[in-house]
Design a protein. Sequence first.
Length: 103
Amino acid sequence: MLDTTPLTAAVDQFADRLRAAPQSRLQRGAAAEALALARELALWTQRVEEPAAEPREMPDAGMFAAADQITVAGRDLALVLTGPEDLARALDLVAEAQKKAGV
């Protein structure tokens, strides 16, 4: 079984930084970056769990919900990852989004 603790830790860290960020930072794009990441992780999870199903897009629940959305999407993905290459790719996505968000 793959240890996905690094992914959940990275997602939790990003979410914590978003929660601590001022509203102005969220408005300047941090929340949008987080939502884009959450949507990408959720889509990835859907493809693994239901490859034949029509993809569903995670809704925009507002800038103050972005941290929760990446937490949920990241933890869902962590449950379905099977290989170290996928784990590394997911970690890269989180790191890149956090860098772009500036938090």
